[in-house]
Write a protein that binds this ligand. Structure first.
Ligand code: E4P
Length: 219
């Protein structure tokens, strides 16, 4: 399973990229709004940092297919080598995915909460689907079952090439569960990358190696 970072904060993206652990980036209107910067400028800057798929979502105020197609083309044009157009799961969204994918523009269908929605997005031509496991957990429905079901369904039909980006990942256990469920990618906030990195025994081991070394060899 590949890891993407789920943020619009360029410092976090730069740090994770330097560690060599991320293969792409996902953003959404909430994440970009949190940065308080120009939408297109942020996406362009991110695409210059990470050499991988960068999901930029159509603005939340655009709900018709024609509008999403026009915006999607503009997002793609920011950096055609990297940009993926993120489109919400609606009937108009599916039309936009179909049109963009016919033009060779990669798409990520977002806000997926059922396996049927994922199947519709795949059949419309989405490059990626983003099931949101954390938001399902929030309402007492096991989100990981959704990721597993989508994985199993896609496996049954080899003509489906759509990749699963497990999204709304909130903790390290989610990441392990997604990898076990066969997600192609998990997109994780920077905080979760840090949580994955640390273990108290690793930290204690480093301290002990240092203390033993210094005792005999000095600083
Ligand atoms: C996915 O692409 C979204 O950007 C994100 O994972 C949503 O996560 P949240 O439910 O923690 O807001």
């Amino acid at each position: 399973m590949k890891l993407f970072i789920d943020t619009a904060n360029v410092e976090e993206i730069r740090t994770a990229s330097e560690m060599g652990v991320i293969a792409g980036v996902t953003t959404n209107p909430s994440l970009i709004a949190k940065e308080g910067r120009d939408y297109a400028t942020v996406l362009k800057e991110i695409a210059a940092i990470v050499d991988g798929p960068i999901s930029g979502e159509v603005k939340a105020t655009t709900t018709d297919a024609a509008g999403m197609i026009a915006e999607g083309e503009a997002i793609y044009a920011l950096d055609p080598a990297h940009m993926v157009v993120k489109i919400p799961m609606t009937a108009e969204g599916l039309k936009a995915i179909k049109a963009l994918s016919a033009k060779g523009i990669p798409t990520n269908c977002t806000l997926i909460f059922t396996a049927n929605q994922a199947l519709l997005a795949a059949r419309a031509g989405a490059t990626y689907v983003s099931p949101f496991l954390g938001r399902l957990d929030d309402i007492s429905q096991p989100g990981i079952e959704l990721v597993q079901n989508i994985h199993d369904i896609f496996l049954n039909y080899p003509d489906i090439t759509t990749q699963i980006i497990a999204a709304s990942v909130r903790n390290p256990i989610h990441v392990t569960d997604c990898a076990l469920a066969g997600a192609d990618i998990a997109t994780v906030p920077y905080k979760v990358i840090e949580q994955m990195l640390h273990h108290p025994l690793t930290d204690a081991g480093i301290e002990k190696f240092k203390a033993d070394y210094v005792k005999v060899f000095g600083e």
